[in-house]
Design a protein around this ligand. Structure first.
Ligand code: APR
Length: 173
């Protein structure tokens, strides 16, 4: 059966799912933004685990346990820094979503929550990022039926929620 994709409003550090996806940096060291919040709730064991699996190229992904988080695993994916769009940013952003879902499926995760990769500190325009994300998630779920049952985009604010809802209604889902 094909997995569901939903947009919800919330805080990803509270997601009780198999895996949450962290908008990481290539060193896999916590920064500000969502990764800072994830590292705070997960505790220092996450930093140690990230040292073991990092570094990680932009567009690639790594997995660790969730430690103090309600989520069982954290998938860390460094997104592209927005440079105007001519530097491969859409391709790299799509790879973030695809690689994260591949890793989740390989780890037999059934429920996966994303935050909006690259649209904060990395400056990717929200509408464009939402359309890349929705298209890539849709393609993956259509071509990889199996373990994953539900994917959610956890939007932290109203602007993010609206952008992903719009991208979702414009897609063929
Ligand atoms: N839950 C869900 N989404 C959140 C949360 C949260 N608790 N906190 C922030 N966000 C949202 C932001 O509103 C933004 O839309 O996550 C999105 C991604 O923003 P950033 O965290 O700034 O991520 P990104 O743009 O990919 O930049 C990554 O920031 O924290 C550093 O180490 C990280 O250097 C890396 C860079």
């Amino acid at each position: 059966m094909r997995a569901k994709f939903e947009v919800v409003r919330g805080d990803i550090t509270r997601s009780r799912v198999d895996a949450i996806v962290n908008a990481a940096n290539p060193n896999l060291l916590g920064g500000g933004g969502v990764s800072g919040a994830i590292y705070r709730v997960a505790g220092p064991q996450l930093t140690a685990a990230c040292r073991q699996v990092g570094p990680c190229q932009r567009g690639d992904a790594r997995i660790t346990a969730g430690f103090g988080l309600p989520a069982h695993y954290v998938i860390h994916t460094p997104g592209p820094v927005w440079q105007g769009g001519g530097d491969g940013e859409p391709r790299i952003l799509a790879a973030c979503y695809r690689k994260s879902l591949e890793l989740a499926a390989a780890t037999r995760c059934r429920t996966v929550d994303f935050c909006s990769i690259s649209t904060g500190i990395y400056g990717y325009p929200m509408d464009r990022a939402a359309s890349v994300a929705v298209r890539t998630i849709d393609e993956f779920l259509a071509t990889n039926p199996g373990t994953i049952r539900r994917v959610r985009m956890v939007a932290y604010d109203r602007v993010t929620e609206q952008a992903y809802e719009q991208a979702l209604s414009a897609s063929v889902l």
